[in-house]
Design a protein around this ligand. Structure first.
Ligand SMILES: O=C[C@H](O)COP(=O)(O)O
Length: 245
């Protein structure tokens, strides 16, 4: 079943979101860019504050927007991993040296950091074969997510549903967690959840459209309600045994 990720800009927004029970609480500062980072001390404080909460969602945090150079990406990823957050989200663009960055992050993954690659669908060609999925898996990444770096258009403006489905299948074939995000709206949820990603990610939709405006509790309720209504996959009925006479 597809879960959902909610990006929050500050600690005050955490308390607004928690009652709606997202599967992942994503600590990200939308005003600082596509993957704007929280201060590492604030992330560590959020990890501590939520540790006692048995019902807490898993926590992810972004490392900020960085050029595709190992000397920029690796220290930022290490800093965020050291906060104790469950997942570290790292953006990858085709310009620069994404392959070298992925390889440089392998030791951090080997130390136990759960790394999630965020691949920008408006920057990479719309074909999963052009994405470094096999390299991410070989480097020990835990997941791969498609998102957008620009927020004017949504994910489905850049890749059609067949391309998105191919991405999900390809990443799953490499045993990666999969996520789709990028200015998603409530109306995108049925079609995208039908592609069976592990997660759909939201920020703009939680703010009533403008991702830097702050959480709008009614907008959050609409997203949560739509995610909760997704059909639950039911196992096939047991096969009836032939009756012996
Ligand atoms: O990881 C999910 C993102 O925070 C989605 O942000 P967005 O809905 O503003 O594109």
């Amino acid at each position: 079943m597809t879960g959902w990720l909610a990006s929050v800009a500050n600690a005050a927004e955490i308390s607004l979101i928690l009652p709606t029970a997202p599967d992942i609480l994503d600590l990200k500062d939308p005003a600082a860019g596509a993957l704007g980072a929280w201060d590492a001390g604030d992330i560590a404080a959020a990890v501590r504050d939520l540790a006692a909460n048995q019902q807490r969602p898993r926590l992810s945090a972004t490392i900020g927007d960085h050029p595709m150079r190992p000397d920029a990406v690796l220290p930022a990823a290490r800093r965020i991993a050291a906060t104790g957050v469950d997942f570290v989200k790292i953006g990858f663009a085709p310009d620069g040296a994404p392959d070298r960055c992925i390889d440089a992050l392998a030791p951090l993954a080997a130390e136990g950091a759960r790394l999630i690659a965020v691949l920008f669908a408006d920057l990479w060609p719309g074909d999963p074969c052009c994405l470094p999925i096999d390299r991410l898996a070989a480097a020990g990444f835990r997941g791969a997510m498609l998102d957008t770096s620009g927020k004017r258009h949504g994910l489905r403006h850049h890749w059609n549903d067949a391309q998105l489905g191919a991405f999900v299948s390809c990443a799953k074939a490499h045993h990666l967690l999969t996520g789709l995000a990028g200015s998603l709206r409530v109306s995108d949820i049925p079609a995208l959840s039908a592609l069976a990603p592990d997660y759909l990610g939201f920020r703009g939709a939680l703010c009533g459209g403008e991702r830097t405006a702050g959480i709008d509790p009614q907008a959050v309720t609409r997203v949560a309600a739509c995610m909760a209504k997704l059909p639950i996959a039911t196992p096939p009925p047991p096969r009836s045994l032939p009756v012996r006479s």
